[in-house]
Design a protein around this ligand. Structure first.
Ligand SMILES: [Fe+2]
Length: 416
């Protein structure tokens, strides 16, 4: 009885540990750590000395290790190609499988860089009826056999792990696909605005309520750069960075964009991961403008360190990052959300001035004011802001500019 209670405690403890890991796995850099924690939890529950967590990908069907512990000589990564009969057998298995010499060829091939005989017990990871990965355990202390209680614990834990692994593969696949497309485009005669515009439109298709967001952010960022006296090449880089800043959103669950209320902490984390996932995507592409990856990663950072994902402060944020941050916020404020209507141009500018320099760079906001003023007096060749009335008089913009100017000259006092 004492043993059973201990088992139960151990089981509860590990389930608790796993559920805390949650689905926050969008970013690759976090997954290796999560994989390690999940594997430790499983090995503790099954009292295994050796174990490997494999991820499955089809086309071609192959298991690749994501984390491994205890094996003396396991290659990293270890991989095992699978034949259709193996995939079928692993998918059809009900719960963990204790292996013996006659069952190895049923579940695994020996064509990989690891001998199947190293494993004593397999737990296929399935999500939505499809194979997502596999936990393979080796020897236990004293070479003991795997008993029913360990197998039960393993089965329970593996339902959690399967979801996490599945979630991770989904994210990775989408991010990889997008990155591949971008690379392809970059290899064709450099980058053209029109090609990037098409990309920006594709990113926004997902946000049912924010159509055209990326295109507008690109336009606003370029206009701010121009008003700040930047060179043509820098302005072009800002436009492209604006087009691509939210590219990581291709990996965010679509339903989060139309959720009528505020996001819960878990959902917020998933949404926030679009910065790091986006960074991963664009980092593998050779852009003519080297700053794109950092702009994609840091466009939600704020001067006072309250942003994400790296909580950088004012001095760590390059000017193009600050510019895209303001352009992004301005468009977010003036666009409708499922839970609120759009702010007017005047109110949005007011808010930006109010939040400078704590959140935003006053010089950047000043650049935006210059451009909106040109719209207000009709001196922009083509208006910067389309589809919403510029309901603020030039005099009011001048007043905001003066307030901002005052803040710039007293920046230290405001940055507390
Ligand atoms: Fe964003």
């Amino acid at each position: 009885m004492a043993i059973e209670i201990n088992n139960l405690r151990r089981l509860l403890h590990t389930v608790e540990a796993l559920s805390e890991l949650g689905p926050a796995l969008a970013a690759k850099r976090e997954f290796s750590e999560t994989a390690r924690l999940m594997l430790s939890a499983v090995m503790e529950a099954a009292r295994a000395r050796e174990g490997t967590l494999f991820l499955f990908s089809d086309k071609p069907a192959i298991l690749t290790s994501a984390s491994s512990q205890g094996f003396a000589l396991l290659p990293d990564p270890a991989f095992i190609p699978l034949l259709p009969k193996h995939v079928h057998a692993l998918t059809a298995a009900q719960g963990p499988i204790v292996l013996n010499p006659s069952t190895y060829p049923v579940f695994l091939s020996s064509n990989g860089n690891v001998a199947p005989e190293l494993f004593k017990c397999l737990a296929p990871l399935k999500a939505g009826g499809a194979l997502a990965g596999m936990v393979a355990l080796g020897r236990r202390s004293g070479d003991a056999l795997y008993e029913t209680s360990e197998l039960d614990a393993l089965e329970l834990l593996c339902t959690y792990i399967a979801l996490a692994v599945h979630n991770h593969s989904l994210t990775l696949t989408i991010a990889q696909r997008v990155s591949e497309n971008l690379r392809l485009m970059a290899s064709l005669h450099g980058f053209y605005d029109t090609a990037l515009e098409a990309f920006a439109t594709a990113i926004d298709v997902k946000h049912v309520n924010i159509h055209g967001h990326s295109l507008r952010v690109g336009r606003y960022a370029a206009a701010i750069g121009e008003a700040m006296g930047m060179q043509a090449s820098e302005v072009a880089a800002l436009r492209s960075a604006g087009y691509l800043h939210d590219i990581g959103k291709v990996a965010v669950d679509r339903r989060l964009f139309s959720k009528p209320g505020a996001l819960d902490p878990e959902e917020f984390r998933e949404m926030a991961d679009h910065t790091t996932v986006g960074h991963q995507i664009v980092s593998s592409v050779q852009f003519p403008w080297p700053k794109i990856p950092e702009i994609v990663r840091w466009h939600h950072e704020r001067n006072d360190g309250s942003g994400y994902p790296d909580k950088l402060g004012q001095n760590d944020l390059p000017m193009p990052v600050r510019i895209v941050g303001v352009a992004d916020s301005f468009d977010a404020m003036t666009s409708a959300r499922p839970y609120r209507g759009p702010l007017s141009i005047g109110s949005a500018l007011n808010d930006l001035v109010r939040m400078s320099p704590q959140k935003f760079d006053p010089n950047v906001v000043q650049g935006l004011l210059i451009q909106v003023r040109r719209d207000a007096v009709g001196s922009n060749r083509s208006p910067l802001i389309e589809g919403i009335p510029v309901n603020i008089a030039a005099g009011d913009i001048d007043h905001l500019a003066a307030t901002l100017q005052h803040k710039v000259s007293h920046a230290k006092a405001y940055l507390t």
